[in-house]
Design a protein around this ligand. Structure first.
Ligand SMILES: [Zn+2]
Length: 229
């Protein structure tokens, strides 16, 4: 998406002035329309390396701030890089209430690192989160957790080379601090497989047990009403 700010023509974008992005406010993947764009004259005066543009989310009408690197200053136009930085990223969500206390605390911070594009800080916090989770598991539960991780790899069809570092981050706790360096794509996979592992190990059994307990309480109440009638 090359963006041009022309001296005479003003703002022009190849992507028909609209493009899709996950909105940090409504969490919907929506079209973004340009709302506020710096003028050619203002940029030419100070020639900053970066320019900030405000887009409007088509779904919730919130302003979304994006920062672009300026590629070229020419006589009649300014060209911005097609890549941009989102100043506010959508928050990653998880049902933390079913996690063991310390795991929940650490995983919440892990997701905050991910939302802020700090992928290696995220990977470090994932290791701390999984180490805290493994501490409260017995041997059978640990094996189950490992099986869930391998199942996720199979379901998502992730090759061994990609999955190796992710498995190390989650399961090599206590084996030194030599965590692999991860990029955005690997961090995305790590996020989804660890969420899935925590879901299978804590959220699913927690929810199921709670739901069954509620059913039992209601059926006991029914029995008491019937026997007293
Ligand atoms: Zn929105």
């Amino acid at each position: 998406m090359a963006i041009i700010i022309g001296k005479e023509t003003g703002f022009k974008s190849e992507a028909n002035e609209k493009f899709g992005l996950k909105c940090p406010y409504c969490d919907i993947y929506a079209y973004m329309s340009p709302q506020s764009v710096p003028s050619f004259d203002n940029l030419t005066q100070t020639r900053p390396k970066h320019a900030g543009l405000v887009y409007e989310c088509d779904a919730c009408r919130a302003p979304v701030f994006l920062r672009f690197a300026v590629q070229t200053y020419a006589e009649d136009k300014i060209e911005l890089s097609p890549n941009f930085t989102e100043l506010e990223r959508p928050k990653e969500r998880f049902n933390f209430s079913y996690l063991p206390e310390q795991t929940g605390l650490l995983f919440r911070e892990a997701l905050s690192c991910y939302s802020n594009n700090n992928f290696n800080a995220f990977a470090s916090m994932c290791r701390r989160s999984s180490a805290a989770a493994l501490l409260v598991m017995d041997e059978t539960e640990k094996l189950k957790a490992f099986d869930e991780l391998l199942a996720a790899q199979k379901i998502a069809n992730i090759d061994d080379e990609t999955f190796g570092p992710i498995k190390d981050i989650i399961f090599s706790a206590g084996e030194g601090d030599d965590l692999p360096i991860v990029n955005r794509a690997q961090a995305g996979i790590l996020l989804e497989v660890l969420k899935d592992m925590f879901y299978q190990c804590f959220v699913r059994p927690g929810k199921l047990n709670r739901a069954i307990k509620v059913r039992q309480v209601f059926s006991q109440d029914d029995d008491q009403i019937q026997s007293s009638a």
